[in-house]
Design a protein around this ligand. Structure first.
Ligand code: SF4
Ligand code: SF4
Length: 204
């Protein structure tokens, strides 16, 4: 699939039908989720050149944005690439046009969750949910809780089980969680985000 801009094609041609109706394209959904304009990306590739996960991603960051511009929703949202992003924000720091690819990629994950869609790979979605649950509960990751939650969600009960004794022996996994001091503040942030998302839903 070519990700180049065709002759005479404007980025805006892909993201808006020019009518007054709410933009139902993926770019429109991203704008509502993040407040950002994916059409501002001019495909220079600087984000992908600095991304520490680019080698593992079937779609590099600039390619994800190109698919969003072209409204190729299923191709993008069924790909594992958005879930491999570490949210390190290197791409955002490198972008010469302040596109904020890291926030846009996070917006893609939000869109998948909001739609209740099963297109994203189960294990990646399961890890994402289990990770956030740990942060909400403890303010940091409690690894054993994360593993149990992840296995419960995926059914992969015996994956990597043989490596567990060695990991415990080396003291790499604590048996009980340790909460950060500001755990209540973290919870309030989660609650505020949930309320903001609900308000956005009502007004959209
Ligand atoms: S935020 Fe994600 S896409 Fe951007 S550089 Fe980091 S890993 Fe790559
Ligand atoms: S660095 Fe910015 S403008 Fe360049 S491809 Fe990435 S997101 Fe687009």
């Amino acid at each position: 699939m070519s990700l180049a801009i065709g002759p005479g094609q404007r980025l805006e041609d892909s993201v808006s039908d020019g009518s007054s109706h709410p933009d139902s394209s993926l770019a429109g959904d991203l704008r509502r989720a993040t407040g950002l304009n994916v059409a501002a990306c001019y495909q220079c590739g600087k984000c992908s050149a600095g991304c520490p996960m680019a080698a593992e991603m079937p779609l590099k960051p600039h390619q994800m944005l190109r698919l969003a511009q072209l409204d190729l929703r299923d191709e993008l949202l069924s790909d594992p690439s958005p879930w491999l992003c570490l949210t390190c924000e290197t791409c955002t720091a490198r972008c010469p046009n302040e596109v904020d690819p890291a926030r846009l990629i996070d917006g893609l994950r939000e869109i998948v969750f909001k739609s209740g869609s099963a297109v994203a790979p189960l294990r990646l979605r399961a890890f994402h949910k289990a990770f956030l649950r740990q942060i909400r509960r403890h303010g940091r990751v409690f690894e054993v809780g994360l593993i149990v939650d992840y296995k419960r969600r995926t059914g992969a009960l015996f994956d990597d089980v043989l490596s567990a004794p060695a990991v415990f022996r080396r003291g790499k996994l604590a048996l009980s969680p340790s909460n950060i001091e500001g755990r209540d503040e973290v919870r309030r942030i989660f609650e505020a985000c949930g309320q903001a998302a609900a308000r956005k839903e009502v007004h959209s």
